[in-house]
Design a protein around this ligand. Structure first.
Ligand code: KIV
Ligand code: ZN
Length: 520
């Protein structure tokens, strides 16, 4: 028996669908949440935090849909330490094979005084009550003292001892505002484990934010000091600067088994790049090229010296193998002559199931249109196409019908657009500084949305001049921010689609409540 097989396992708790979704504009539909959850399940992630059910009906249904579709991972829902929140999570998790309730209350002096306006003793009382209530629904209860990174360790010891006695099985220590540094955060975990009399009755977890770029380092320092669960997200998505990134945590522990005291063998790391691409395409949050593990340049050797070294022996400059995290050369999977069966089969292999024949037919006809414009269709094209089909299935009230744009050297670009809004066709034309500007101005003549454009970005989905461009547009109105996506081989059409997608979200869909903004 190798030494590694004696190591305890590091539990991976993914919160892309909950904390990740709290990134401004990263909201996901329940179908999108299920698609991401299926990839996480394929990766053998232990726990998937699927949302905050009390926030809105959409959040509730998202958690419920994930709970009903996933069998191998535990599904978790977030609740403030309030009866109504906990009961709502209990309800959403009814269909789950294995369900966890995660309840939290703030413990730092500033949060208790300024946000909760509660005395420390009242906070302990409310935490204990919440954990006991959660235990009425499941034996798997996680408790988080919010803003633990700025809380007093003596107070943390008292509240954590009390919630373990009340039935909490996992204690999650969040650095909510990303304030800690690795040595200090590791020491905090050690202090808590050593000073809480019943600490051996619970698993210690960490949840680090990345405001100082230290989320992964802080989480790993905690692991060195006894944490056995890490909360993280694909691509490091999350509130403000994000959370610890799952791919970095998993690959650090796997690559440095010589120093980490726990094992991560159960995670199928080849699902990392597909998951990263899926999350990026659904949320519209592009991955920076130099991002560790999942960035386009993460395994690219540019300098001659590096290339020469890698050709002689790859370990001269590579500490991981690209194929181990799911990088593979773009593979032509389908083409113009592929039939419906081949199309459906390849999408099933990618974890996509169609809810109805109509949805399959709609996606297949989009595929045929694309194959007319582009000879080789890659997995990435199929993912974008499915995202677009699911956008269409969300009963979009505003749709693109037709777009004509004229650009000519020395002339002002001009766009003519036709939109269908609630079944009625509306036309407009406008001039602009470029074709995209003219198109957006024409759309605005029709909708007059009162939004402000915060971001416009184009990424090619695969390589080559016939590749589809994937456009992300970020709009803001009255403090609310949404992202829209659109893909097409014509980037002006992709831009129009993404602008319209963002308008549908900001003008026609309900907003959900933020977990940390509440009354406890
Ligand atoms: O950052 C945080 O404190 C959280 C808690 C709800 C765990 O997201
Ligand atoms: Zn968080």
């Amino acid at each position: 028996m190798s030494d590694d097989s004696k190591k305890e396992k590091l539990i991976i708790f993914d919160t892309t669908l909950r904390d990740g979704e709290q990134s401004p504009g990263a909201s996901m539909t329940k179908e999108e949440k299920v698609r991401i959850a299926k990839t996480l399940e394929k990766m053998h992630v232990d726990i998937i935090e699927a949302g905050f059910p009390i926030a809105s009906q959409g959040d509730f249904e998202g958690v419920q849909a994930v709970a009903q579709s996933i069998k191998d991972s535990t599904i978790c829902g977030l609740a403030r330490a309030l009866d109504k929140d906990i009961d709502r999570v209990g309800e959403a998790l009814k269909g789950a094979n294995s369900g966890r309730i995660h309840t939290f209350i703030a413990t730092s002096p500033i949060h208790m005084q300024m946000k909760l306006r509660m005395e420390p003793e009242q906070v302990i009382e409310q935490a204990v009550r919440a954990v006991k209530r959660a235990r009425q629904f499941t034996d798997d209860v996680e408790f988080s003292p919010e803003d633990a990174g700025r809380s007093e360790s003596e107070f943390l010891c008292r509240i954590l001892e009390a919630v373990i006695d009340a039935g909490a099985t996992t204690l999650n220590i969040p650095d909510t505002v990303g304030y800690n540094v690795p040595e200090q955060f590791g020491a905090l975990i050690k202090t808590l484990r050593e000073n809480i009399p019943n600490s051996d009755k619970a698993i210690f977890s960490v949840h680090c934010h990345n405001d100082l770029g230290l989320a992964v380092a802080n989480s790993l320092s905690a692991v060195m000091n006894g944490a056995r669960q890490v909360e993280c997200t694909i691509n490091g998505l999350g509130e403000r600067a994000g959370n610890a990134s799952l791919e970095e945590i998993v690959m650090a522990v796997r690559t440095r088994q010589d120093i980490f005291p726990c094992s991560i063998e159960h995670i199928d790391t080849t699902q990392i790049v597909p998951a990263s691409r899926l999350v990026s395409s659904i949320t519209g949050f592009a991955v920076q090229p130099n991002k560790a593990i999942v960035g386009a340049n993460a395994f690219a050797h540019e300098s001659g010296i590096h290339q020469d070294g890698v050709l002689k022996n790859r370990e001269t400059y590579e500490i991981m193998r690209a194929e181990d995290v799911g990088w593979s050369a773009n593979r032509m999977v389908l083409g113009k002559h592929s039939g419906r069966n081949a199309f459906r089969t390849r999408l099933q292999e990618l974890g996509v199931e169609f809810k109805s024949e109509d949805e399959l037919n709609d996606a297949f006809s989009r595929f045929k249109d694309l194959a007319d414009k582009k000879h080789e269709i890659f997995d990435e094209d199929l993912q974008a196409l499915v995202t677009e089909t699911s956008i269409a299935a969300e009963n979009e009230r505003c749709r693109l019908v037709a777009l004509k744009v004229c650009t000519e050297t020395g002339e002002t670009p001009h766009a003519n657009i036709t939109l269908n809004i609630d079944g009625e066709e509306k036309l407009a034309e406008a001039e602009g500084g470029g074709p995209v500007d003219a198109t957006f101005k024409a759309i605005e003549k029709i909708v007059n949305s009162g939004t402000e454009l915060q971001l416009y970005s184009v990424n090619n989905i695969t390589s080559g001049t016939d590749a589809q461009g994937e456009v992300t547009v970020r709009l803001e109105r009255g403090g609310r921010i949404v992202n829209g996506q659109g893909a097409d081989t014509d980037i002006v059409i992709a831009s129009a689609k993404s602008y319209i997608n963002a308008l549908n979200k900001i003008m026609f869909s309900a907003e959900s409540e933020h977990p940390q903004a509440g009354d406890v």
